[in-house]
Design a protein around this ligand. Structure first.
Ligand SMILES: [Zn+2]
Length: 72
């Protein structure tokens, strides 16, 4: 997620969707989510949470930037 020069340890708890954990919805307590690229939305009440690592997953993120092989 974006840093904005803030240190998470100093800025307190930030509610966010954490992919490696069981996430309980702050609105209804549900645990079913529809996960997008930047947010996760509760399947029951539509509360949206930002992903803790939003924008850092998906196709093309880990693709190495190499030069194409030259045809000989
Ligand atoms: Zn909910």
């Amino acid at each position: 997620m974006y840093d904005f020069g803030l240190r998470q340890a100093l800025s307190g708890y930030r509610i966010a969707y954490r992919p490696q954990e069981t996430n309980h919805c702050p609105g209804c307590g549900g645990t079913h989510w529809m996960i997008g690229r930047l947010t996760a939305e509760c399947a029951f009440c539509a509360t949206a949470l930002p992903l803790i690592a939003g924008g850092a997953s998906g196709n093309g993120v880990m693709r190495p930037r190499t030069l194409p092989a030259l045809a000989a």
